[in-house]
Ligand binder design. Structure first.
Ligand code: NAD
Ligand code: DAU
Length: 348
């Protein structure tokens, strides 16, 4: 679908800021960016975009119906792309309430106000975690039953069902994308890859949960941006699209690759108590994205991780800025008292 103005929510976060940058560079669109600037949202991640004449930043929550209604009308928004969320599984285990408020109530508010304002299209950025956990075989398809296991993924699954209901009941033109693990520039250092890069650079222990053999399917963030844009423009109304990188890696493989890239020893690897309810394996079948929308990932893991490590080395000031204050408190709560199960020595 063609339009002039879209509302991107969560555009000061990791994927959202990459997506805003992508839209401003690759399209003539006006981008209204609504973000509450929680601990995970940083204006520093938007850099030059803040001065861009087609970028309009609004600080506020997607749960604020009055504000959402006002923004939609003030900017004559035609489509909504919803990235805003509480996005970290570990934090959802510490405190699920805000996950329901933002991910469920916030999505409902956007749907309700978007419908009232007559927007033409709504894209929900969801996650492969709504499908639960895989064994050694198989991959998630769009017809895999929802089987969320963490408070985070349960809140995302609830939001997906609301999006489905708004399409089915009211005929709203919605599209839902479900993507695997992203990595790349501007990712907050609570997630595996930036946390391990940051600790390795500081010669601090790299805390690997459990046996380190959980598998994730890694996608470079720019490939996620191109997929979301393709799905927004051409996805079937009511459609669901899986997005993945065909890059299955165990956490240990990822951590070892990072250590090699930054030239630090494997003795920094420290096994710690596992995440409660830790999903074992995710793997995505994204053949629908390719068959219907002609999308495929362009960045392989080796190239993407090298670019990511380089980016963090060249942006230490960003890392320092986002990893002060609240981050230090979180890190202490999550890791300082976590039982250590051994070091890399046990890898043999
Ligand atoms: P992030 O945590 O880096 O960013 C989330 C952004 O949302 C932040 O800027 C934050 O300030 C904002 N936000 C939070 N609550 C808000 C509220 N109530 N109102 C407005 N803004 C609010 O997250 P991310 O990793 O960039 O993920 C973006 C989206 O993509 C999420 O919906 C997530 O579920 C989904 N997703 C992420 C991944 C991944 O690997 N990171 C993979 C698949 C899907
Ligand atoms: O699959 C998509 C999802 O990927 C997104 O929906 C989420 O928003 C995103 O946070 C991510 O969830 P994960 O839980 O997979 O990502 P995380 O980076 O937290 O962890 C990746 C793997 O690394 C997981 O198996 C847990 C492990 N891990 C993580 C951290 C932070 C560790 O072993 N040690 C750590 O310190």
């Amino acid at each position: 679908m063609d339009c002039n103005t879209v509302l991107v929510t969560g555009g000061a976060g990791f994927i959202g800021s990459n997506f805003v940058r992508y839209l401003l560079a690759e399209t003539p669109l006006h981008v209204v960016n609504l973000d509450a600037l929680t601990y995970a949202g940083n204006l520093a991640s938007l850099g030059d975009c803040l001065e861009h004449p087609r970028h309009h930043f609004v600080k506020g929550s997607i749960t604020n119906a009055g504000l959402v209604a006002h923004v939609l009308r003030q900017y004559a928004v035609e489509g909504i792309i919803n990235f805003a969320a509480e996005s970290h599984v570990d934090r959802s285990i510490l405190g699920p309430q805000v996950f329901v408020e933002t991910n469920v109530q916030g999505t409902l508010t956007l749907l309700t106000e978007g419908r009232a304002a007559g927007i033409r299209r709504f894209l929900q950025v969801s996650t492969d975690e709504v499908y639960g956990s895989l064994g050694d075989e198989g991959r998630f398809t769009e017809s895999t039953p929802l089987s969320a296991n963490s408070p985070y993924s349960a809140s995302k699954a609830a939001a997906d069902l609301l999006v489905r209901a708004f399409h089915h009941t009211y005929g709203m033109e919605t599209v839902t994308t479900r993507c695997s693990n992203n990595y790349g520039p501007y990712q907050f250092p609570e997630k595996l890859i930036p946390l391990m890069i940051m600790n390795a650079l500081a010669d601090k222990p790299l805390p690997v949960y459990g046996d380190g053999l959980n598998v994730r399917d890694w996608l470079y963030v720019r490939d996620h941006c191109t997929a979301v844009w393709a799905a927004f423009r051409q996805g079937r109304p009511g459609g669901v699209y899986n997005i993945g990188g065909n890059n299955e890696k165990t956490n240990l493989e990822v951590v070892r690759t990072i250590l090699r890239q930054v030239g630090k020893p494997e003795s920094l690897i420290t096994f710690v108590r596992d995440r409660p309810g830790h999903d074992r394996r995710y793997a995505i079948d994204s053949s629908r994205m390719t068959a219907e929308l002609g999308w495929r990932p362009e960045v392989d893991f080796d190239g993407g991780i090298a670019a990511t490590v380089r980016w963090y080395l060249e942006h230490r000031e960003w890392l320092d800025q986002v990893s002060s204050g609240e981050y230090r408190r979180y890190y202490a709560e999550m890791y300082d008292r976590r039982e250590r199960l051994g070091t890399a020595a046990r890898l043999g």
